[in-house]
Design a protein around this ligand. Structure first.
Ligand code: ZN
Length: 390
């Protein structure tokens, strides 16, 4: 039984089971209509982020989604108080109205936590204890990467999370260094092993590996700003201006690329076999057909293609054996890194980090299809809340 640091027991409703092994789209309130339409498949769902602190708008859209659109896939609401230069610290109290409104809507309760800075152990304990007192909440932990990369900090994090026992949803801030520290991936894998349900939110595609390794759910952003958490910017920093270029997912590269870049690369390497797409939207066509869509349709079609591919990958990577899922993911990361090299695209360090974090198969003996998933004995487990068929 999960207990908080004061020894009280926690309890979680069965509705949490709907999240089991879900791949969620992390989207803005303004993107909900399109995201719900495309993520309406088995295994899909949404994390809806409040735009610029507009909690009322986010709640209103969620109510419409449930009561008018009758959307029945998992939905989480993200108050995003940990974002931007005016972010709140981890010590900031939760907004009880935000918590109550999620309950009223019948949604899993995700805490509106502030940002967990490096070495802020009191902030960590505070978020976990307050989430445990709510009795039905997922503790949102938007954290500095040192909590996973630094050995002592990681041990502290895992000890507290395991002791309190509430499910946690992790958002890992981008490292200020150009490369994410390699130890972030093994750090997350250790957190998965601590016996508490773990979700990874506001992530990029490589977070799919966490789903292979037993994460309860992973949320991948619909746009670059929702696929990462930026560090606080220097005072004189001015964000880049201009219209963002539409990006689409290139399945064999396990990454997004701007359509314009895909078009250029396709012309240079027309026969390397990575441009045809078998997703429901493309139906075997080459990705060039997305480029050729009329201006008014291109963005929507590209969005649908990317979500289709994500949910296809999710279905392929969440078999009954965690070990086989991990090996499959490792092999895909190796192949994707090789594909990117072939066409001269930048290397993605995360693809290497995953290959280093998962031990390769060393024996011909195939493992029995068992689950060593985190939180296997909790009410998140498939034994009590079978997931929808993929
Ligand atoms: Zn496609």
């Amino acid at each position: 039984m999960a207990r908080d640091l004061d020894g009280r027991s926690g309890g979680f409703g069965r509705r949490f089971g709907d999240l089991d092994r879900s791949l969620l789209l992390h989207c803005r309130t303004s993107q909900v209509t399109q995201a719900a339409e495309t993520a309406g498949r088995a295994g899909g769902g949404l994390v809806v982020t409040a735009d610029r602190g507009n909690l009322r708008g986010c709640l209103g859209r969620a109510r419409h989604l449930r009561e008018v659109d009758h959307y029945r896939r998992p939905v989480l609401l993200d108050a995003a108080r940990y974002v931007g230069d005016a972010r709140l610290p981890a010590a900031a109290p939760f907004d009880q109205r935000w918590i109550d409104c999620q309950r009223d809507l019948g949604l899993p309760v995700l805490t509106d936590s502030g940002y967990l800075a490096r070495d802020d152990t009191a902030g960590l304990a505070g978020i976990l204890e307050r989430a445990a007192r709510l009795g039905d909440a997922i503790a949102l932990l938007p954290m500095h990467p040192s909590w996973l990369a630094d050995r002592i900090a990681r041990q502290t994090l895992i000890r507290y999370v395991a002791a309190v026992g509430v499910p946690v949803a992790v958002v890992v801030e981008e490292s200020a260094n150009p490369f994410t520290p390699a130890s972030t991936v093994p750090g997350l894998l250790q957190l998965l092993g601590c016996g508490v349900p773990v979700l990874v939110l506001r992530a990029d595609l490589p977070a799919l590996g966490m789903l292979c390794s037993g994460a309860t759910a992973v949320a991948i952003g619909t746009e670059p700003a929702l696929r990462r958490l930026d560090p606080r910017r220097p005072a004189r920093y001015r964000p880049p201006t201009g219209v963002p270029r539409p990006s689409v997912l290139v399945r064999q590269c396990l990454s997004y690329a701007p359509l314009a870049e895909i078009e250029t690369t396709m012309r240079r390497y027309p026969d390397n076999g990575m441009w045809d797409c078998g997703c429901a939207t493309c139906a075997g066509r080459g990705l060039g057909w997305l480029v050729d869509r009329p201006d008014g349709e291109r963005g929507r079609t590209a969005f649908r293609h990317s979500v289709d591919v994500l949910l296809d990958l999710r279905a392929e990577l969440t078999g009954p054996s965690v070990q086989l899922n991990e090996w499959s993911w490792r092999a895909r990361c190796a192949a994707a890194a090789s594909r990117r090299r072939e066409v001269g695209w930048d290397l993605l360090p995360m693809l290497d980090h995953w290959q280093e974090a998962i031990a390769p198969p060393t024996t011909s003996r195939m493992p029995a299809p068992t689950s060593r998933r985190a939180g296997g004995s909790s009410r998140f487990s498939r034994a009590t809340t079978p997931r929808s068929a993929a």
